[in-house]
Design a protein. Sequence first.
Length: 322
Amino acid sequence: MAGLATPMALRVAVTLGLPDRLLGCDASIDELAVELNAAPVALDLLLDHLATLGIVERTSTGYRTTKYGANLCADAGNGLTNLLHLNTAGGRAELAFVELAHSITTGQAAYPRRYEQDFWADLAEYPHLRESFDEQMTHRFREQIPQIVAGFDWSRFSTIVDVGGGQGTLLAAILTVHPRVHGHLVDLKPTAAEARRTFSAHDLDERTQVTARSFFDPLPAGAEAYLLVDILHDWDDEHAHRILSRCVEAAHPVGRVLVIEPVGGLRSQSEFNLAMLVMFGGRERRIDEFRALASSHGLVLDTVTDLTDQRCLLEFRLAADQ
Ligand SMILES: C[S@@+](CC[C@H](N)C(=O)[O-])C[C@H]1O[C@@H](n2cnc3c(N)ncnc32)[C@H](O)[C@@H]1O
């Protein structure tokens, strides 16, 4: 469990593109070393370990990727290369685990300690990180979206504002099933532009609006529902309060706030929970923590719906005296 050699060997293999390069076509160490500008002896050590893991196998002239190792190819369709590549948002962020001790002693994110600015600032500065993160977010939901759409009565709302809605695939799926519902997605500029494309591709231009804006600024007002999907767990309490306060301000006086997340103790995984801490200084909050967070904004928890094996939906209403 504790060895770091294997997780790093897999990441370096993916970053060098070895599973793709050696799929169906073996190559010798010397050839590969020239192609990848790598040190031959060191590359041999890496491939030897990858062979031990069953990712590659030896041939009479070198190495080739096994059927199992093909899971690490870019087009395997499992999103793994995006998570493991050392120059993608997810792959880089995982390396912040090296600073876990800092997070445990301070309660703060490890990411800025390793990279000198926070995760979101890195995404804003480096478009390839933003792109890979948006892709990762869209991919992770592919199997969950039908359950999320089916598991809750979205038709109750005439307009849903998806706050930090990413590339818009969930909102598009909801609107496709519910032709009377309108959607308004708010996200940062490059991601908002992707969401616009998603809605157009689903023929939803007439029922959707997209606003490129920070959710720390005022949100589109007067909608019936403000949806936060995997947003609050990315933030410490101070920032989560600021986001909720923007939702409440916009939802006033009767809008609902809907939070979809892996709720702590119900649908959370301990490993992922630590990842939220290390990356963002966030966590999967428990129901009582959500209640406490929301109550200072006059929000009352109405219902908790089990949506998938990973996520619940918490529906909050505004207390009558707000
Ligand atoms: C974990 S992703 C979730 C995306 C989407 N809700 C989903 O579940 O697929 C967090 C989202 O928050 C957005 N985000 C981060 N900081 C933001 C900010 N200050 N204002 C608006 N959106 C922000 C990111 O761009 C990203 O799309």
